[in-house]
Ligand binder design. Structure first.
Ligand code: G16
Length: 531
């Protein structure tokens, strides 16, 4: 067929570097931008097939996300704005690693396995810059938007506008209307209470925040730093930097007790923080966000007289104190999945209301169709008393404010701001819900991170031999301690996490476990040094 011939010719212009194999990882392909040319071309082809197969619009996001500027990545977005399925992740890896002379065979294999009708039209939304005109011809080019805005637009498009209007303007309108409705319930707020310092990580989130500001009227006063006008993407700033380093980003002028937050480079993660009168830095990460939002929702459900099950989905990185608080005090179901929002998202879909957040600030809330229907019906119920009416209206607006397709820094920020405003809470009040166990995250470089295999939602290592036994005996040396290791799906490193009763112990445990990884899993470069 002529189209296969054209694909074959064009793909020669985007040769795969010899010997390079890449895996569709935690969130798509991630590597140095110079290795991604053939991947971009091939993902254009795969997105087209996925679109024909699903008879829907598919998204392609090109972004460095939380990584340095020179790193980059590409991922596909499924019709409802979700991450592409595991089966298609496999196809992506298969296509990415095919040698030039077997590319057509791999493509035909996928077409046959999935029984794809090649005469179906295809529709793909792309964000980023595809280098090839053939790919561009197949795609509606959307320009620059945040990752979650693309997820939102793909979902709007495939639900024919039911989820909202598939434009950036539509996104601002939907979210701001819901936010303004919610903040009507927060009376007499001072300008200081409406003020939020936002670190844009020198990424797209900063630009989009500026665009959105007028829609929020005077209900929020955003003071933006790291807005991309000078610094580098994610360099000494952004959600990942703040979470891992446990310190404020550069370039932010924080007053005592002032509420601050950081987005990551593509604005799908957010963390909050403040400094106290002693100059001590306090982080409010994804676990604190999940707790704040689930407490608020649980209270509204009680007031509305709705019997819906709330669950919180976390990963191994969740602070032990948060899990204990959620299970023992709040009495909500907590479940743990592997890292990667795709895993958390799927687990959250099992409940009436699934609140999922990775500790790094990546997350959202999912409401089942049945739960949304019950809430909508109650809104119309003429027999409700005032308390019930108010609670149901708040639930309805909260659903509209949440981007249910994926974690979204802007949407999460507005939900948090609204919840704090409605409940009259400061960042300090929020922080006081529970106290985090001191923790530390480190990275170890090894010659092949695939030697580390894990089980039990990444909480235990099954290979290399002896590693888990060593971790177990190290953990026993400390109080309230826990540690695990896992290969990163976005960087060529092994991640190490440790928590314990004091920062000193957490640091020491993280260092000892790093050494064990270095020695037992083929560490390269210098041996990890104590912190
Ligand atoms: C991506 C994923 C997140 C994950 C993070 C780190 O974040 O979307 O779910 O937590 O990578 O993953 P890993 O530890 O496997 O490198 P982002 O913000 O880069 O999309």
């Amino acid at each position: 067929m002529a189209q296969f011939e054209e694909v074959s010719q064009k793909s020669k212009l985007h040769p795969k570097p010899e010997g390079l194999t890449l895996q569709y990882g935690t969130a798509g392909f991630r590597t140095h931008a110079k290795h991604l040319d053939h991947i971009m071309f091939r993902m254009g082809l795969l997105a087209t097939l996925r679109s024909k197969k699903t008879k829907s619009t598919i998204g392609v996001m090109v972004t460095a996300s939380h990584n340095p500027e020179e790193d980059n990545g590409v991922k596909l977005i499924d019709p409802m704005g979700e991450m592409v399925t595991a089966m298609w992740e496999g196809y992506a890896t298969q296509l990415a690693n095919a040698e030039q002379d077997s590319l057509l065979k791999e493509l035909k294999d996928i077409i046959e396995k999935e029984d794809i009708n090649m005469s179906e039209p295809a529709s793909v939304y792309v964000v980023g810059l595809p280098t090839d005109m053939t790919v561009q011809r197949l795609m509606n080019y959307y320009g620059l938007v945040t990752t979650p805005q693309l997820h939102y637009m793909v979902c709007c498009c495939n639900t024919h506008g039911c989820y909202g209007s598939p434009t950036v303007e539509g996104y601002y309108q939907k979210l701001s209307q819901a936010f303004l409705q919610l903040t009507q319930n927060a009376l007499n707020r001072t300008d200081d209470q409406k003020r939020l310092l936002v670190d844009g990580a020198n990424g797209i989130g900063a630009l989009k925040m500026r665009e959105m500001e007028p829609f929020l009227r005077s209900e929020m006063q955003v003071v933006l730093s790291n807005d991309g006008s000078s610094g580098k993407l994610n360099h000494m700033c952004g959600a990942d930097y703040v979470k891992v380093q446990q310190k404020a980003p550069q370039g932010m002028n924080m007053g005592v007790g002032e509420r601050c937050c950081s987005f990551d480079g593509d604005a799908d993660r957010i963390v909050y923080y403040y400094t106290d009168s002693k100059g001590c830095f306090h982080l409010l990460d994804g676990d604190k966000i999940a707790t704040l939002i689930s407490t608020y929702l649980k209270e509204l459900l009680t007031q509305a007289g709705l019997n819906l099950q709330i669950a919180v989905v976390q990963t191994a990185y969740a602070n032990g104190s948060s899990t204990r608080y959620l299970e023992d005090v709040m009495k909500v179901t907590v479940c743990c999945t592997k890292t990667g929002v795709k895993h958390l998202h799927h687990a959250a879909q099992e409940y009436d209301i699934g609140v999922y957040f990775e500790a790094n600030g990546h997350g959202t809330v999912l409401f089942s169709k049945a739960a949304q229907k019950q809430i909508q019906e109650l809104v119309k119920d003429p027999n409700s008393n005032d308390e019930r009416k108010r609670a149901v209206k708040l639930l309805e607006s909260t659903i509209n404010l949440i981007n249910q397709t994926v974690g979204d820094a802007i949407s999460d920020m507005l939900v948090i701001e609204a919840v704090l405003a409605i409940r009259g809470m400061s960042a300090q009040d929020w922080d006081a819900i529970y106290t985090d166990l001191p923790n530390r995250q480190l990275k170890v470089t090894v010659s092949d991170r695939r030697v580390i295999d894990t089980t039990d939602a990444e909480r235990r290592a099954v290979s290399p031999e002896g590693l888990q036994d060593t971790i177990d005996s190290l953990v026993k040396k400390y109080k309230s301690a826990r540690s695990f290791v896992r290969p990163s799906g976005t960087e060529d490193v092994v991640r190490v996490y440790a928590e314990a009763d004091t920062q000193e112990s957490a640091d020491s445990l993280a260092h000892e476990v790093s050494l064990a990884v270095y020695r037992l899993a083929g560490g390269i470069g210098d041996e990890p040094k104590p912190l």
